[in-house]
Design a protein around this ligand. Sequence first.
Ligand SMILES: [Zn+2]
Length: 245
Amino acid sequence: MGVVRRTTARHPGAAMRPGDILTHTEMCAYEGQMLQRGMTFREPPRNGIILMSLRPNAPYADAFRADGVLEYEGHDAQRGAGNPNPKNIDQPLRSARGTLTENGKFADWTDRYQRGERPPASFHVYEKMQDGIWTFRGVYELVAYRTERDGYRNVFKFEMQPTDRESEASDPETLHRDAQTRQIPTMVKQAVYKRDRGACVLCGSKDLLHYDHDLPYSKGGSSATVANVRLLCARHNLAKSDRIE
Ligand SMILES: [Zn+2]
């Protein structure tokens, strides 16, 4: 009662596709919760949420490997009276009160997955493009983790494998290759967003934007060049896929 929700292509329950662009508000509406922190674990079959960034000033060192796997860095302890600089201490598995942190929940579930007791946890992955603007990068499964030395302390590295539930392919190698070639590199996305001034190139709408491959990757289009990618609103993006299929 009293909650006004925009009815859009991205209302909760609607499918999102890698390359969709969302404001922070749209992302929160889609996920049904306020998103402040970068890691949100939800017990399968629900998808958890990962907010990541490849920007040079990002607070954590997230990275995509050449095989398409996302290496997502765990999160620091909360800053507090006894902990003025979280970057100087190990990333914690448990909070001061003894409950699992999000690092702990991610690691704990992965242990159980690796023992064959549970399915892998899956996550909606969002990449920050600029303040308030995010891109959906797809659904990733958490398959492994490790701790790594970062100066004097330990940080977590969570290995997230891309899944592609729309793909026809079923063997993991093809899935990985697909996921990798379909993903538009961050540099390209940032350049395209700037060039197209954050608006649909056909109608100027700023709502429900999507990164569009001018020549679809299914027809050999490359996602690696700025020239082959443009911004389209949901209406024009859908109109285009209708024409192709
Ligand atoms: Zn448009």
